[in-house]
Ligand binder design. Structure first.
Ligand SMILES: Nc1ncnc2c1ncn2[C@@H]1O[C@H](COP(=O)(O)OP(=O)(O)OP(=O)(O)O)[C@@H](O)[C@H]1O
Ligand SMILES: [Mg+2]
Length: 248
């Protein structure tokens, strides 16, 4: 279980997340929607420990992030990741000097300690995964995200997710800017992982198309740093017809 209790997050002395409670069970898809600037990415960053986002704790209101009973609130990003929390970024960064495949191999080794896979076996497997996602395996030999298109970057994020052996994944607009085939392939890959390995998903999105593959059991709407509505797919219908402004 991933549990978020009374989460409050500051950046640049401004409170962005103003008390959020939510949880996700193993294998569950929890959708998070909300207008631009409402705090969705800030929530994702705070969960994964981005250093620019401070979680507030005071004597009376204690913010907490727990994964299967372990308190992640004060852990470093890499420690949270080793506990099984992974984020697919809205804006993946490029690291030109580091080849994509060596980064993925290092990540795989860190997250699969004790598993005896040779580099050769790994390369074969990661090439297959890239092909399944419709990503040209040639890109694996280039610098991480260096000059990659938006869709290619998203696919590399998904490869990172696969090698990281996560228990919970926060997907921040993984569907934005994808063509229809890329959306299907990425969404099916995430859905298969969620189902087969019981990985819980926090799915941040603006569009319902991805719900055809990743079916949320609950939909939360974030507005101005708080959860303003919670519901099922009928809430998505409502938002689509009235917009957020007509849906207070
Ligand atoms: N590092 C920062 N410094 C100052 N303000 C910030 C910072 N990060 C986020 N904010 C502000 O916090 C608010 C929430 O931003 P956030 O990126 O979380 O929105 P979002 O819900 O993900 O929006 P979108 O749907 O456009 O991705 C915005 O007003 C943004 O300008
Ligand atoms: Mg965002």
């Amino acid at each position: 279980m991933l549990t978020i209790k009374n989460l409050r997050v500051f950046t640049e002395n401004k409170e962005i997340i103003k008390g959020i409670d939510l949880d996700a069970k193993p294998g569950e898809v929890v959708a998070i929607m909300g207008p631009n600037g409402s705090g969705k990415t800030t929530l994702a960053y705070a969960l994964t420990g981005h250093p620019n986002y401070q979680i507030t704790n005071d004597k009376f209101l204690i913010s907490k992030i727990e994964l299967n009973g372990d308190d992640l609130t004060d852990l470093e990003p890499h420690e949270r990741s080793l506990k099984g929390l992974f984020m697919v970024n809205q804006y993946p960064v490029a690291i030109p000097g580091l080849t994509t495949q060596s980064y993925l191999w290092q990540l795989y080794k860190k997250h699969n300690v004790g598993v005896k896979t040779s580099l050769l076996e790994f390369r074969k497997w990661i090439t297959q995964q890239a092909e399944k996602l419709g990503l040209d395996p040639e890109l694996l030999r280039r610098g991480l995200n260096d000059g990659f298109s938006g869709g290619e970057k998203k696919k590399v994020e998904v490869l990172q997710m696969l090698v990281s052996n996560p228990k919970y994944v926060v997907l921040d607009e993984v569907d934005s800017g994808l063509d229809i085939d890329a959306l299907r392939k990425i969404a099916q890959t995430v859905a298969k992982m969620a189902k087969d390995l019981k990985v819980g998903i926090l799915l941040i999105t603006h569009h319902r198309d991805i719900f055809a593959y990743l079916k949320p059991s609950v939909v939360h709407v974030i507005r101005d740093g708080v959860i303003s509505r919670t519901g099922d797919m009928s809430l998505v219908d409502e938002i689509e017809s009235t917009g957020y402004e007509g849906n207070q």
